[in-house]
Design a protein around this ligand. Structure first.
Ligand code: NAD
Ligand code: UDP
Ligand code: UDP
Length: 343
């Protein structure tokens, strides 16, 4: 093979990541784009502890070295500062393609860059997958359902998306990324997987990324009012990050292309979420209503029957269990080591 790199993992090369039955599993070479971000860094932890070699490709737009620093010095870990909008040559077995800002505040910051990341970035990573015969997993989003007219959302639903709105760079970008993924699958035989991720929270989320869980938690810790947008009756379903990572790995290792919804079906209004945050952090936290943002989806809840049946997956961590784990991380990052301030 022209692309062998002498890493010593030749046997798994071009296998699309499949492990031949009966053989002892060898470490795979895996690229995680966006691996210095929130979800990516948790995925990297799991892959490294499983014995794989991981290359993180990240431009640090929203990611942070601190999220992966604990792997520095590990010969099975490599960090490349690179923007996926530019082509990239690597020799790997699997590609987890996460690179893309995920919070509305970040992805609206430079919408053209967001859509380029989704379209050109995904095209490049698919080109890479095609060249080296790697298996490719796209992290798409529940936003492909837009402001859904079907509830809960099933994978076969085509969605209700505004193509010219302020969220379009993200949701239409991801829809195009899904299209590209399926076209490389059908046209070039690339082994692909598509995950549609619903709102996910946990340690290492950006503190000021404007998402509702990070906002409420940071606000309650800082003794600021919780900002509820609109009437607070819109719903979301919140998934703890370890459940998502388990789902992504099962999807990659499994036999099914997808798309698969990966999310926690527990549905909360933003007012209910505020209440859980009050119970967890500060019963006296005030609530302040603010005007809602444009094109805000009214409700969102995954139907996860397909992932249950074909991946044997379902989330294990309910909001009331996951939130405290995120709160400890936020407390430490907001107040540093001066825990006495955090009481
Ligand atoms: P994040 O912002 O923490 O991570 C994204 C990472 O991608 C960051 O490290 C960022 O620096 C990097 N990145 C962005 N643009 C890049 C580019 N052009 N080149 C290289 N790196 C780039 O977000 P996250 O929550 O970890 O999301 C990861 C993936 O999961 C994203 O694709 C997102 O769309 C998807 N997703 C997340 C959620 C969620 O609730 N967290 C929901 C649906 C989908
Ligand atoms: N690409 C890449 N790394 C590779 C192979 C391809 O970044 O190892 C990029 C390549 O630059 C191109 C895109 O992926 O922009 C699509 O590649 P493909 O070979 O499918 O299409 P083509 O180059 O023929 O347009
Ligand atoms: N939201 C809120 N207060 C905040 C931030 C967000 O009430 O401080 C609302 C927002 O209007 C939306 C929901 O929470 O209805 C989820 O927003 P988020 O940005 O977390 O994710 P997404 O809209 O992408 O699902």
């Amino acid at each position: 093979n022209n692309h062998a790199t002498g890493f010593g993992f030749g046997s798994s090369f071009n296998s699309g990541g499949k492990i031949p039955l009966g053989l002892k599993r060898k470490g795979l070479r895996i690229v995680v784009t966006g691996g210095a971000g929130f979800v990516g860094s948790h995925l990297v932890d799991r892959l490294i502890s499983r014995g794989d070699s991981v290359i993180v490709v990240d431009n640090f737009f929203t990611g942070r070295k601190e999220n992966v620093m604990h792997h520095f010095g590990n010969p099975r870990f490599e960090l490349i500062r690179h923007d996926v909008v530019e082509p990239l040559l690597l020799e790997v077995d699997q590609i987890y393609h996460l690179a893309c800002p995920a919070s509305p505040v970040h992805y609206k910051h430079n919408p053209v860059k967001t859509i380029k990341t989704n379209v050109v970035g995904t095209l490049n990573m698919l080109g890479l997958a095609k060249r080296v015969g790697a298996r490719f997993l796209l992290t798409s989003t529940s936003e492909v359902y837009g402001d859904p007219l079907q509830h809960p959302q099933v994978e076969s639903y085509w969605g209700n998306v505004n193509p010219i709105g302020v969220r379009s760079c993200y949701d239409e970008g991801k829809r195009t990324a899904e299209t590209l993924t399926m076209d490389y699958h059908r046209g070039a035989g690339v082994e692909v997987r598509i995950a549609r991720i619903f709102n996910t929270y946990g340690p290492r989320m950006c503190i000021d990324d404007g998402r509702v869980v990070s906002n409420f938690v940071a606000q309650a810790l800082r003794k600021e009012p919780l900002t509820v947008y609109g009437d607070g009756k819109q719903t979301r379903s919140f998934q703890y990050v370890s459940d998502l990572v388990e789902g992504l790995m099962r999807l990659m290792e499994g036999e099914h292309v997808g798309p698969f919804n990966l999310g926690n079906p527990g549905e909360f209004t933003m007012l209910e979420l505020a209440q859980v945050v009050q119970e967890t952090i500060d019963a006296n936290a005030k609530i302040e209503f603010r005007p809602n943002t444009e094109d805000d989806p009214h409700k969102r809840k995954p139907d996860i029957s397909k992932a249950k049946e074909f991946l044997g997956w379902e989330p294990k961590v309910p909001l009331r269990k996951g939130l405290p784990m995120m709160v400890s991380d936020f407390r430490q990052r907001i107040f540093g080591d001066h825990k006495e301030n955090a009481a």
